[in-house]
Design a protein. Structure first.
Length: 174
């Protein structure tokens, strides 16, 4: 289907590569991953977002499946979501306003733009991965901030869920 083709492009299979050479998925519409027994999509991502992921992955040095797994965990791919903690997380990757300012965004409201949100989210996840030194702790850091590195129990459930989603994305492709 549509999303499987997008994943194949993201993972460097059948017509594209993870180095930005993919063809993307075009304009509007959404893709979905069916994971429930009744076939109900559990991830809806705008096609434009899927088309950006190869380039975002190349620029950030992060795997597309990790970026998409965070989006899946945070918002199920629905843009326009405002979180309920840290002053109201913004957009697809649920960036806290203070985090956005720390990343150089003078107006956190700019992060309602999906491309800016993903750029900020991947920059923060890169920071998390660099500080944590491993993927699992980087997911924890992304969710709970630097304090998670001092207390292993913080955000452990979140990290497990994102890791499962990332593996599900990879297994869908392979």
């Amino acid at each position: 289907g549509f999303l499987i083709a997008a994943y194949l492009i993201l993972r460097g299979k059948g017509g594209g590569s993870d180095n930005g050479g993919g063809t993307g998925t075009g304009g509007g519409g959404t893709g979905g991953v069916s994971g429930n027994c009744d076939g109900t999509p559990i991830l809806q991502v705008p096609a434009t977002v899927l088309s950006w992921l190869p380039l975002v992955s190349q620029i950030s040095g992060l795997d597309s499946s990790d970026i998409l797994a965070i989006i899946w965990q945070e918002t199920s791919g629905v843009n326009g979501v405002r979180g309920q903690t840290c002053g109201g997380e913004i957009g697809l990757m649920q960036i806290c306003p203070a985090t956005a300012v720390g990343l150089g965004y003078s107006n956190p409201e700019d992060l309602w733009d999906a491309s800016k949100n993903i750029a900020a989210g991947t920059a923060y996840f890169r920071e998390a991965l660099s500080a944590a030194g491993n993927l699992f702790d980087a997911y924890r850091y992304y969710n709970g901030g630097p304090a998670t590195l001092l207390n292993p129990s913080i955000s452990e459930g979140y990290a497990c869920q994102v890791l499962q989603k990332s593996n599900s994305i990879i297994n869908t492709v392979l």
